[in-house]
Design a protein around this ligand. Structure first.
Ligand code: COI
Length: 352
């Protein structure tokens, strides 16, 4: 039985100490967090409390069997100081998709949105107004039942934390196409936002960074040919005027920025095709001068322009101009701050 959100406010906000011009993602957290517990088949006692440690038993099943999922989303502020949330209902649905895949309970979607609205309203002084900056929101759920054994847990926590962030990349990025490790295969958990997907990506990502790349470009599990996605982004290529992005084939995360970019690009008259695209086709397009652009989309990064892809011993060079990627980035930033009309009804405004 869900009751109203109980609110306990912090006494002194730490927001005044923040340098809003320089906030690396994920290092600073706001004053409050939302917390809700699941037991006896029900979500109970939703509350917002000052950010604090959450006591957890060492046998909590999330530590051992990995029942842990999360979301990423952003709150921004318009020129009147009204906080705005970007498509929170889509994150609510995706969280529940991930929950079903990992055998976890669904979280009520209306309460998800209410929790987000309430915490953003309370922590509104933490929302940066700088271009491209935002208050990154991290809803997540994990199994906290203390038990050793392989079954679905019976107790869970759902928490939302918030972390202000400046834009992550202010440069074009380099990707390393991985041919030893995979991220996901059909039937696995790749289309869920499961913590374990990220755990499996850490070793290859560190190796790619040691070679001077920014992120891994994941290829398919069958023969390392079809492009899937990038470390923390979906990927788009512009080849001979057509925008191509890999299809949601069960092994790719259904990015909300991806979905929004596709809607925006089609609205602007671009042909966008969701289809299988191999690394060989990208190499050929680059060699023949048809590879006009490549960019990645993700909540945390927004839109990141891609400069080069390393594949085996080759370097695939991509045109140094990104008019389409830049248009998507500028439009998303503009809609998020009320500077560009929200023709798609993406934004949810949070009144005082
Ligand atoms: C996001 O873009 O929101 C993500 O979840 C990626 C994360 C690893 C920063």
């Amino acid at each position: 039985m869900i009751s109203q959100i109980h609110i306990q406010k912090c006494v002194n906000s730490r927001a005044k100490d923040l340098d809003f011009d320089d906030i690396p993602l994920g290092k600073t957290f706001t004053d409050h967090m939302f917390l809700c517990s699941y037991e006896n088949g029900q979500w109970r006692s939703p509350k917002i409390v000052p950010l604090s440690l959450v006591p957890t038993h060492p046998a909590a099943m999330a530590f051992h069997y990995g029942q842990a999922i999360f979301e990423g989303m952003k709150a921004t502020i318009d020129s009147n100081g009204t906080p705005l949330l970007f498509r929170p209902e889509v994150n609510a649905k995706r969280l529940n998709f991930s929950a079903r895949r990992l055998g976890m309970p669904e979280f009520p979607e209306a309460l998800f949105v209410e929790a987000l609205k309430t915490i953003v309203s309370l922590d509104r002084q933490w929302i940066p107004s700088q271009q491209g900056s935002a208050l990154y929101l991290r809803p997540f759920m994990y199994a906290d039942e203390a038990f050793i054994g392989m079954r679905a847990a019976t107790r869970y926590k759902f928490i939302v934390m918030a972390s202000p962030s400046s834009p992550i990349y202010n440069k074009r990025i380099r990707l390393y196409a991985e041919t030893n490790y995979i991220r996901a295969a059909q039937g696995g958990t790749g289309e869920a936002k499961a913590a374990g997907n990220y755990a499996a990506a850490i070793l290859p990502t560190e190796a790619a960074k040691a070679k001077g790349y920014d992120q891994v470009l994941w290829l398919d599990a069958y023969d390392f040919k079809a492009i899937q996605e990038v470390g923390t982004m979906n990927i788009f290529f512009k080849i001979k005027g057509t925008i191509i992005t890999p299809p949601l084939d069960g092994a790719i995360l259904a990015g909300i920025t991806r979905m929004s970019a596709i809607e925006l690009l089609r609205y602007k008259g671009f042909e966008v095709v969701e289809r299988r695209l191999t690394i060989d086709e990208v190499i050929e397009a680059s060699a023949k001068g048809y590879l006009e652009e490549a960019f990645g989309t993700g909540t945390a990064v927004g839109v990141a322009m891609i400069q080069e892809i390393g594949y085996q011993s080759k370097a695939i060079h991509i045109s140094d101009k990104n008019p389409v990627g830049q248009m998507v980035l500028d439009t998303l930033n503009g809609v998020r701050t009320g500077k560009i009309p929200d023709n798609f009804n993406w934004m949810l405004s949070i009144d005082a």
